[in-house]
Write a protein that binds this ligand. Structure first.
Ligand code: NAP
Ligand code: MG
Length: 415
């Protein structure tokens, strides 16, 4: 008798993308998911030509779908620049889909490296993941800049919307040429950021660090610190229950502590710090192919993805019919993150169990010495060689079948 197929109760929003990650996406679905589990998917195609055809409406629809269903999984997508506009003959250089979705969900991005025994972090003390939570609004990314041609005064002026006296401040009395920049942030966005970080730390049961430079930027960074204090104070009982701590540090102190720490915490970073530190942490842990990413909104919506891009260089080889060795681990974990979250929200533990089995299969495949080129070059002990994009996925599928006790093509019974 054929056992009933493992079946998910509610919908996951599937957001397809571009280039090599689109190739991997299809392979993961057909070889690691469809033979084992019946997922309810609502698919949005964010291929750059589909975005162009719909004047980018499809990106907005995808974000709205995540708002409806709560959980999404996204493939990497091209953010078009002028070269891409020419390459794909686009109507215009559409904005970054990630930025659009992030803005619509008011979300915070958390990047977490996956650890395997045979890919040692460059930083010897790191034995547990360091998760970076990056505030994704304002600061230098939404600033007003001006070149100052010569002597003169620059003022900063606030004009109250409802009338009332304007307030002004001298920024600098220039004696000669220079530069000036005005940056801003808004309390509601800082508060959402703090709340998303708190939700993440509580869900993952990891300590939460926040760092800024409030000794210097007493008002700007001081406001961040104060809002984080208010929000963490409000959840103090939850922190206690989870056995985790909130720690504030000056950014320079934090950087020094991070490289001597064993890891195992969430580091909440202001926008620029998060931009810089996430790349430092990614390279310190090994490969972009092992870096996962999740967008969490303050009201508990989740979008999972790989942290890397569409791996264009590998896609060019693939187009020419050459063999590729692209690491699909982070893409697989984007899927398992979404599936496990769906199972958790739906209270269907067998669905979450499947996701964990697939994750274990992927990590064990690497630890057994079967890996793609990016890892083969940094693994210790060095493996005999590396496998192709397809070879890696095949090896994972074989392990997964063994783990779930199924023969190829056979359905999995719910436990
Ligand atoms: P990338 O796609 O992350 O790739 C950069 C390089 O990192 C690759 O050439 C490759 O190095 C290595 N790499 C990344 N992921 C890998 C994997 N899974 N397995 C093996 N090696 C991997 O960044 P990019 O080339 O700068 O950007 C390509 C496109 O992606 C751009 O159009 C950009 O807009 C887009 N992008 C999208 C997202 C997103 O959707 N979240 C994020 C970033 C970039 P080697 O070539 O040395 O093997
Ligand atoms: Mg960066």
């Amino acid at each position: 008798m054929i056992q009933p197929m493992l079946r998910a109760r509610n919908t996951i929003v599937e957001i397809d993308g571009d280039e090599m990650t689109r190739v991997i996406w299809a392979m993961v679905k057909s070889q690691l998911l469809e033979p084992f589990i019946d997922l309810k998917l609502e698919r949005y195609d964010l291929h750059v030509l589909s975005r162009d055809r719909t004047d980018d409406a499809v990106t907005v629809h995808a974000a709205e779908a995540i708002r409806r269903h709560g959980v999404g999984v996204k493939c990497a997508t091209i953010t078009p620049d002028t070269a891409r506009v020419d390459e794909y003959k686009l109507k215009r250089a559409w904005p970054s889909p990630n930025a659009t979705i992030r803005a619509l969900l008011d979300g915070t991005v958390f990047r977490k490296p996956l650890l395997v025994h045979n890919v040692p972090p460059t930083v010897r003390s790191w034995v547990k993941p360091i998760v970076i939570g990056r505030h994704a609004y304002g600061d230098i990314y939404k600033s007003a800049e001006m070149k100052i041609p010569g002597a003169g005064r620059v003022d900063m002026v606030y004009t109250p919307a409802g009338g009332g006296a304007p307030q002004s401040l001298v920024v600098h009395e220039f004696k000669g040429p220079g530069i000036v920049r005005g940056v801003h942030n808004i309390d509601s966005s800082i508060r959402s950021f703090a709340r998303a970080c708190i939700n993440y730390a509580l869900a993952e049961r990891v300590d939460m660090w926040f760092s800024a430079k409030d000794t210097i930027a007493k008002i700007y960074h001081g406001t961040f610190r104060e809002i984080f204090r208010q929000e963490t104070d409000a959840r103090r009982a939850d922190f206690q229950k989870a056995g985790i701590q909130y720690i504030y540090m000056l950014i320079d102190d934090a950087v020094a502590k991070v490289v001597r720490s064993p890891g195992g915490f969430l580091w909440a970073c202001m926008n620029y710090d998060g931009d810089v530190m996430s790349d430092m942490v990614a390279s310190g842990f090994g490969s972009l192919g092992l870096m996962t990413s999740v967008l969490v909104s303050p009201d508990g919506l989740f979008e999972f993805e790989a942290a890397h891009g569409t791996v264009t260089r590998h896609f060019r080889k693939h187009e020419r019919g050459e063999a590729t060795s692209t690491n699909s681990t982070a893409t697989i974990f984007a899927w398992t993150g979404a599936i496990a979250k769906r199972g958790e929200l739906d209270e269907t533990p067998e669905i979450t169990h499947f996701a964990r089995a697939l994750e274990a299969s992927a990590l064990e495949t690497i630890e057994s010495g079967t890996m793609t080129k990016d890892l083969a070059s940094i693994a210790d002990p060095a493996p005999g060689g590396h496998v192709s994009t397809q070879g890696f996925i095949e090896a994972i599928a074989e392990r997964l079948r063994a783990k779930l006790g199924t023969s190829p093509g056979m359905a999995v019974a719910p436990r």
